[in-house]
Design a protein around this ligand. Structure first.
Ligand code: NAD
Length: 443
């Protein structure tokens, strides 16, 4: 099949590379010239395990191409995927300007039947807006071509995106059209062989499914963080509680890890957008709003714990920080808890010496050169002259630590563990004060 994908970000690139890999002819288009020229030269501007190999192989095979030439890209594919960003607007709603811009572009240049596939996360009713935007452009041109718009939300996780795309639990397609159903069966056929993962439903249901899924996952995180807070004040140990509740199959273990809050490009903005939709239709979403409030509070926890450890005297202190990305396996720092912590530390006059296996460049891009930030090449380099160590991201490489060496290196023997990576007894045995999440902070 010939497929056009608008947007060469995480979703567009993974979709493009995976669809090309199973034999489709794919062209990915982006407005960012630097992104496109890098990709054409085989340089992948984002870090995602396995993605570079997939892109290089399919570029070489001639099945995957990149362009900034939108008119040509529109003419290319029967399927026109929209995979551009939908950031939060000032009021928390999803900003649809990039999505609608692509819809206009398609309307301006299409010369035959097209199927427009909304892969961006968009509020209920967006497919109708896309349809109107395309129809308006066709009308302006005084031409009439048939087209369909369907919803095909994406559920991949950064850090495991290729695996999720190839072996995800479901492929949701919102459409009422048999022609679209047939085309989507053909598009996803190679990824739908083991069992039928394609779920066809109404367009609005598909749009809401994506928000409901993300809001429920975010709810699990805020829920366990809320319980962790209770545990901390009730003398209970949240890791024991987590084991205790997760063993019930109705609850399960996934997404009930206490921590320093969720971040990333999806949960925060999608939770806000769903709450905003609920307000707009006069049906306030109480649980969903609370999920966001709890998370905002949680992202401040590490700073609070550090303040407590240093009796509020953080000015002039140097804090070693392990983990900048919002989660392991990515270089993405959008709304990452590390950012809330660093910004609070700088506000209090402290210095940060940070290490992340993948996100240092992204951190440099976000914050530039500054006197109160050192980005280290190795995790051990952050400890030189540091008063305390904080862990923000649970990269595997952080799980093993020589605590007795650490207690000698740090100027003050303090660890603040935002991901509960260690056993409190092991840390304390080395003479370190251990502050974690929901474990009763203890020295
Ligand atoms: P991103 O910001 O990484 O990439 C978006 C890309 O679109 C950018 O490269 C930008 O230059 C490009 N773009 C903007 N306007 C364009 C236009 N008119 N024509 C062509 N390209 C254009 O975004 P992302 O993380 O890939 O997310 C895309 C969508 O997918 C969002 O709605 C997001 O919520 C959703 N989503 C993201 C993830 C994720 O893990 N990142 C997972 C599921 C769904």
């Amino acid at each position: 099949m010939k497929i056009t994908i608008f947007g060469c970000g995480y979703v567009g690139l993974v979709t493009g590379a995976c669809l090309a890999d199973v034999g489709h002819e794919v062209i990915c288009v982006d407005v960012n010239e630097n992104t496109v020229s890098a990709l054409k030269a085989g340089q992948v501007p984002i870090y995602e395990p396995g993605l570079e190999r997939l892109i290089l192989d399919n570029l070489a095979a001639g099945r995957l191409n990149f362009t900034t030439d939108a008119p040509e890209a529109v003419k290319f594919g029967l399927l026109q995927f929209i995979a551009v960003g939908t950031p939060s607007d000032e009021d928390g709603s999803a900003d649809l300007k990039y999505v609608l811009k692509v819809a206009e572009t398609i309307g301006q240049h299409m010369n035959e039947y097209k199927i427009i596939v909304d892969k961006s996360t968009v509020p209920v009713g967006t497919a109708e807006k896309v349809e109107r935007a395309v129809a308006d452009e066709l009308e302006k041109r005084g031409v009439a071509f048939d087209f369909d718009v369907c919803s095909n939300p994406e559920f991949l996780k950064e850090g495991a995106a290729i695996e999720d795309f190839s072996r995800g639990s479901r492929i949701i397609v919102g459409t009422e059209s048999e022609r679209v159903r047939e085309a989507m069966r053909q598009c996803y056929g190679p990824y739908n062989r083991q069992r039928d993962k394609l779920m066809f439903m109404g367009v609005r249901s598909a749009e809401l499914t994506k928000y409901a899924a993300n809001a429920l996952l975010a709810t699990k995180i805020s829920f366990i963080n809320e319980v962790a807070n209770l545990a901390e004040h009730l003398g209970a140990e949240i890791e024991e509680v987590r084991h205790g509740i997760g063993s019930d199959p109705r609850i399960g273990y996934s997404f009930i890890y206490p921590g320093c809050g969720y971040g990333g490009s999806c949960f925060p903005k999608d939770v806000r957008a769903l709450a905003n939709t609920a307000d707009e239709i006069g049906q306030p979403a109480h649980i969903i709003k609370a999920v966001e409030r709890v998370n905002d509070r949680q992202k401040n926890k590490l700073f609070e714990k550090l303040s407590e450890a240093f009796d509020g005297q953080l000015a002039g202190k140097t804090i070693a920080l392990w983990g900048l990305a919002f989660k392991p396996g990515t270089d993405d720092m959008r709304e990452a808890p590390s950012r809330a912590l660093m910004e609070a530390l700088w506000g209090a006059g402290a210095q940060v010496q940070a290490f992340d296996p993948e996100a240092s460049n992204e951190c440099r891009r976000l914050y530039g050169e500054r006197d109160d930030l050192v980005l280290a090449e190795q995790r051990e380099d952050t400890l030189e002259g540091a008063h305390a160590l904080v862990i923000c991201t649970e990269w595997k490489a952080f799980r093993t630590v020589d605590f007795s060496a650490l207690s000698k290196t740090l100027l003050e023997p303090i660890i603040v563990d935002g991901r509960n990576l260690f056993h409190p007894d092991t840390v304390k045995a080395a003479g370190l004060a251990y502050y974690a999440i929901g474990r009763g902070d203890s020295v």
